[in-house]
Design a protein around this ligand. Structure first.
Ligand code: CA
Length: 520
C-alpha cells in the first residue's frame, strides 16, 4: 500500500488554528516538559502531553477559551500563559439553540470544475458505478446468520474460483428482524437501511435474500414489490429456510449455493470501464480522534472533498454529535433554505433522541479522545466538521436513506464508527475515507476503507494499517494541499481496484444497524 514517511521533530512546536485563538496544541511526540521555551519566548509552566493545549495568554476566571476561533469552553479559574488547558479547568458551553441560525448565507467559493480525472469502475444498469464486484447475500433476520456464514464458506471455496471477475461473496448479517416493534415509526430506519444496503452499487443489482420464514421483517416488507425502480424486473431471489421443500441442513445450503451461482454468472460478466470521477460516491468519517484530527487529517480530507466536489463527485459527511456544535456553519453553507431546514430537522431529531436516553451530545467524547487532547465535544466537533471542506451543502439524508443527487451531502448518522459506516453504505457509498488519531484497524467487507493517520507516531507504529500519513502536516514535511491531493489520487486508484491495508488483511467490522425503535 501507500508508503508512509514520517520523522520526529526536536524543536518545541505548537499549532494555533486561528489568529484569535488563545490556546494552541503541543505538536512534539511524547509532549513537552515544564520549562520548555518556544522560539517566540512562550515558556511552559507545566508539562503538557502531545496534542494537549497550552494557554497563549493569561486567562481570568470565566474567560472564553478559544480554538478554531470558537469558544470551546470557559476557564474555571484564572490560568497563566504557559499553563496546560486540560478538560479539568474548562466549563463546556451549552449547545447552540436551533433557532435564529444563518440560513444559506455563505456563498461557496467560486472554483473551476476539475476535469479529466477518471477511475476504472463497474457500471450498473441504473447508471451507478461500483468500485468492487461483490455478491452480497441479504438476510432478513439474525436467525439465519449461521446458515449464511456456512453457505458463504462453501460458495467461496467451490464456486468463486470459477468466477474470477467477482471480488468476493459476503453475507449481510445483522441483529435485526426478530422481536422488533416492526410498525413503530422509527422502525423505518433499520428497515430502509437493510433495503438500501442491498442496492449498494458494489453489488451490481444482483440481490438475493435468505429469510427464516417466521420473522417480523418479511422479505416482502424489506422489498415491497414494484416499489424499487432499480429492482424492477429483477426482484431479489428469496431462499426461505422454513419452506416445506427443505429437508435437512444441506438442503438449505444447496438452495443458497444454487441461487448464488445464478447471481455469480451475471456478476462475472461485469468488467471495469473508464468512468469520470463524478461517478464516485465517497463517505468520510473519523474514529479514535485526537487533537491532531482537526489540524492534519481532517483538513486534508476537507481539501480532497473540495476536489471531489469540483470533479462532480458525491461526498457524504455524517456524525450528528460531531457537527451539532457547528450547526451555524452548516446552515450558512446550505445551498438553499430547504437544505438548511433539513439539517435543522436532523439535529432536532437527534437532540430529542439523546434527551429520551437521558444524555446530550457531551456523551460523545471517549477516554481516548481526551487522552489525545480533545477536552470536550465542542472542540472535537470543530475538528470533525472540517472534513466537509468548503463547498455548498446541496442535500441532506435522514439515517438509512439513499442518495438521490450528486455533490456535498450531509448524511445524518450517529458518530459510532460501525453505525456511521453502515448508514453510509445504505446511502450508496463506494469508497470510505476514515481518519484516526488514536488508531483503529477499522474495515468493511462491502467497500474499500482508506485510513488516514493524524500523527507521524501512529503512522510509524501502524505502518501496515494506515494508508496515508497526514501527520507530516504537523511536522512541516507536507502541506494540507499536498496530502489532500495525495488522498484524492489514492481514492481514484482504490476505486479502480487498488487494495487498501484493511482489504489486504481482510479486516471486516460488522454491519451495525441504527435501530431507534423499541424491541419487544
Ligand atoms: Ca465515527
Amino acid at each position: 500500500m501507500a508508503s508512509i514517511s514520517s520523522t520526529s521533530i526536536s524543536t518545541p512546536l505548537y499549532i494555533p488554528m486561528h489568529e484569535n485563538d488563545n490556546v494552541a496544541i503541543v505538536v512534539n511526540d511524547g509532549g513537552l516538559p515544564a520549562g520548555t521555551v518556544f522560539a517566540n519566548g512562550l515558556t511552559l509552566l507545566e508539562a503538557i502531553p502531545q496534542g494537549h493545549k497550552v494557554a497563549l495568554s493569561d486567562l481570568a476566571q470565566d474567560d472564553p477559551v478559544i480554538r478554531y476561533n470558537v469558544t470551546i469552553g470557559y476557564a474555571l479559574r484564572a490560568l497563566k500563559k504557559g499553563s496546560w488547558i486540560s478538560e479539568s479547568v474548562l466549563r463546556m458551553p451549552a449547545a447552540r439553540e436551533l433557532v435564529g441560525l444563518p440560513i444559506a448565507t455563505r456563498k461557496a467559493p467560486v472554483v473551476a470544475p476539475l476535469e479529466g480525472y477518471t477511475f476504472e469502475g463497474f457500471r450498473n444498469a441504473d447508471g451507478t458505478v461500483g468500485t468492487r464486484n461483490i455478491l452480497a447475500i441479504t438476510t432478513t433476520v439474525q436467525c439465519v446468520a449461521g446458515v449464511v456464514e456456512y453457505a458463504v464458506k462453501r460458495i467461496k471455496s467451490e464456486l468463486l474460483p470459477h468466477y474470477p471477475n467477482v471480488d468476493d461473496v459476503i453475507g449481510l448479517e445483522h441483529t435485526y428482524g426478530c422481536g422488533v416493534a416492526i410498525d413503530a415509526p422509527n422502525a423505518d430506519v433499520p428497515i430502509r437501511t437493510l433495503r438500501n444496503i442491498t442496492l449498494n452499487p458494489n453489488f451490481g443489482g444482483q440481490a438475493m435474500v435468505v429469510s427464516l420464514g417466521c420473522e417480523k421483517l418479511q422479505p416482502t416488507r424489506m422489498f415491497p414489490k414494484g416499489s424499487i425502480p432499480i429492482l424492477q424486473g429483477n426482484e431479489p431471489t428469496v431462499v426461505c429456510l422454513q419452506d416445506q421443500e427443505h429437508v435437512g441442513f444441506n438442503s438449505m445450503i444447496d438452495s443458497i449455493v444454487k441461487t448464488a451461482e445464478e447471481k455469480l454468472k451475471v456478476l462475472n460478466a461485469r468488467r471495469r470501464q473508464t468512468c469520470p470521477a463524478s461517478d464516485l460516491i465517497v463517505g468520510v468519517q473519523c474514529g479514535g480522534s485526537d487533537a491532531f484530527s482537526g489540524v492534519t487529517a481532517n483538513p486534508a480530507v476537507g481539501f480532497a472533498t473540495d476536489l471531489l466536489v469540483r470533479a462532480g463527485a458525491t461526498v457524504m459527511f455524517s456524525e450528528v454529535t460531531e457537527v451539532r456544535d457547528g450547526i451555524d456553519q452548516l446552515t450558512a453553507r446550505a445551498a438553499n433554505p430547504e437544505v438548511a431546514q433539513a439539517m435543522i430537522r436532523e439535529m432536532e431529531w437527534y437532540d430529542n433522541y439523546l434527551t429520551r436516553g437521558g444524555v446530550d451530545r457531551s456523551a460523545n467524547t471517549t477516554p481516548g479522545n481526551k487522552k489525545g487532547g480533545l477536552s470536550n465535544i465542542v472542540e472535537k466537533a470543530m475538528g470533525s466538521i472540517v472534513k466537509s471542506g468548503s463547498s455548498a451543502i446541496v442535500g441532506v439524508l435522514a439515517p438509512g436513506e439513499k442518495l438521490t443527487r450528486k455533490g456535498l451531502i450531509y448524511a445524518a448518522t450517529p458518530a459510532s464508527d460501525f453505525i456511521c459506516g453502515t448508514l453510509q453504505l445504505a446511502a450508496g457509498m463506494t469508497v470510505h475515507v476514515f481518519t484516526t488519531g488514536r488508531g483503529t484497524p477499522y474495515g468493511l467487507a462491502a467497500v474499500p476503507v482508506i485510513k488516514v493517520a493524524t500523527r507521524n507516531d501512529l503512522a510509524r507504529r501502524w505502518h501496515d494499517l494506515m494508508d496515508i500519513n497526514a501527520g507530516r502536516i504537523a511536522s512541516g514535511e507536507a502541506t494540507i494541499d499536498d496530502v489532500g491531493w495525495e488522498l484524492f489520487k489514492l481514492i481514484l486508484e482504490v476505486a479502480s481496484g487498488r487494495e487498501t491495508w484493511a482489504e489486504q488483511w481482510k479486516l471486516h467490522n460488522a454491519l451495525t444497524l441504527f435501530n431507534p425503535a423499541p424491541v419487544t
